[in-house]
Design a protein around this ligand. Sequence first.
Ligand code: NAD
Ligand code: TYD
Length: 335
Amino acid sequence: MTTILITGGCGFIGSNYARYVSRHHPEYKMIVLDKLTYAGNPENISDLKNNPNFSFIKGDICDEKLITEIVPKVDYIVNFAAETHVDRSISEPDAFIKTDIFGTHNILEAVRNSSNVKRFLQISTDEVYGSILEGSFREDDPLEPSSPYSASKAGADLMCLAYWTTYKTPILITRSSNNYGPYQYPEKVIPLFVTNLIENKQVPLYGDGLNVRDWLYVEDNCVGIDLILHEGKLGEIYNIGAGEEVTNLELTHLLLEMLDKPKSMIRPVEDRKGHDRRYSVDCSKLRSLGWKPLADFKESIKQTVAWYQANRAWWEPLKSGEFKEYYKKQYRQMV
Ligand code: NAD
Ligand code: TYD
């Protein structure tokens, strides 16, 4: 029987991928390992808990003993576990270095010392390349991360590549653009803006609002991840993006329109420090494996908005407690 370990499977993309695996590989034994930080929510995968092939371990990828015990029992590993929010990395970078670099290294060591693991897929990000004003980054472009978050992810990528070169540890890397969809923690721009607007609160738009992001529907990312896990070439990096580039201002206008709110709901605030202007990745390498994004941007944004409207019970508790404390510290001046 094939066993897959999904680390960080209680977060946004990890939980969507765990659900994808249960649908597309029902015969796989699936272990979700998650530390359950503020961003990890067991409810994100509550629908999987009665599946006899599913098990959950509350644990930290930095825990050497635990990782050394689990890794030899699995065939595939997909590592989503990470600290992921750029703004948090700017105010408190420590946890990013620990989880994103040291945690990944801990898994790499366990994979290197086990002959059972066939493939270890490291989930990285297009942010490791840094900002690009024109054109798109290819997989062999140099890394120029701007934030402590993207630098910690770049550190992990370099360790994975070094383990391939040095030990032939069977790694693969995906670098995707910004994802959107259900179960995204409401600190990221789309769920933050949608839930604020549902609550009739203003949305804090950073700087001039002209920074560009390429929006990828999480389900399309899951299809790409699964294809690369099974058919990607070991030691290789694959970009994943939809080519749906919009400025934050355009995105905000779209959300206002969908939720029938006036432009006065936009609150222009001071810019993020080191704010990357534009991300863009060339995905021809993944497309040559047969992948293409299937989601229609406007339609999928509409479905995402509808999901947050229908699932207030999921996000309302997340916007109290720690979240409120975080936002107090993050207070940005109106500009
Ligand atoms: P998320 O913040 O929603 O979830 C991260 C998960 O990791 C949480 O469940 C958290 O509890 C868990 N976790 C954190 N530290 C851990 C540790 N030390 N040990 C075990 N579990 C731990 O993140 P996400 O948006 O789902 O991102 C998943 C991965 O995809 C990350 O590696 C991120 O860098 C990458 N990525 C995300 C995006 C995006 O748009 N969200 C885009 C490109 C790449
Ligand atoms: P975010 O969702 O944090 O993703 P990332 O920084 O990893 O791309 O932010 C997406 C864009 O939205 C980014 O350009 C910053 C901007 N943004 C705002 O304007 N206001 C906000 O409150 C947040 C969280 C982000």
